[in-house]
Design a protein around this ligand. Structure first.
Ligand code: GAR
Length: 176
């Protein structure tokens, strides 16, 4: 059973939904995340409502666990997770990221790759640890960077791959 964390548009969440994967709950750090409109069962855990990040993460883990989640997918979730969350789902938190990790981690991966002038980018799905987009890589696929690419055009090309790669890896993890 899958819990999903989102902060933004939720196109990767939509790909998981469309793949028919067993999503039981979706949590976000942002009440205004458009992703929340894509599912029925969602909750918001805004850092501003808690004294510490650990308290917020523990509350979010409690809720996902109560809803039946045993695997957690970060689908455009833009905050670091503490052990208060990660220890509740050992080796069962996965993330999708728009670069060929370990190259270009962080919040601005697409812009950073264009600024660096790389000729190749890609999408990575990996197990989450306490670092920034670090942890063992489960799957990776390359996409070309084309002349005239903008952050939007490159990100769109990468997302097309993400929408195929993420549901495939998550389905494999569910079948474990
Ligand atoms: C995706 O491209 C995902 O790889 C990226 O945010 C986007 C979310 O799009 N995640 C990260 O950068 C994590 N460091 P979405 O909300 O449309 O799925």
């Amino acid at each position: 059973m899958i819990g999903v964390l989102v902060s933004g548009e939720g196109t990767n969440l939509q790909a998981l939904v469309d793949a028919g994967l067993p999503i039981v709950a979706v949590a976000s750090n942002r009440a205004d995340a458009p992703a929340l409109r894509r599912v029925a069962n969602s909750a918001v855990f805004d850092l501003a409502d808690y004294d510490t990040r650990e308290e917020r993460d523990a509350a979010m883990a409690d809720w996902l666990s109560d809803e039946g989640a045993t695997l957690v997918v970060l689908a455009g979730y833009m905050q670091l997770l503490t052990p208060a969350f990660l220890d509740r789902f050992p080796d069962a938190v996965v993330n999708v990221h728009p670069s060929l990790l370990p190259e270009f981690p962080g919040l601005h991966a697409v812009e950073d790759q264009l600024a660096a002038g790389v000729s190749e980018s890609g999408a990575t799905v990996h197990i989450v640890d306490e670092g920034v987009d670090s942890g063992p890589v489960l799957a990776q696929e390359r996409v070309p960077v084309l002349p005239g690419d903008t952050p939007a055009s490159l990100h769109e090309r990468i997302k097309t791959v993400e929408h195929r790669l993420l549901p495939k890896v998550v389905a494999e993890l569910c079948a474990r």
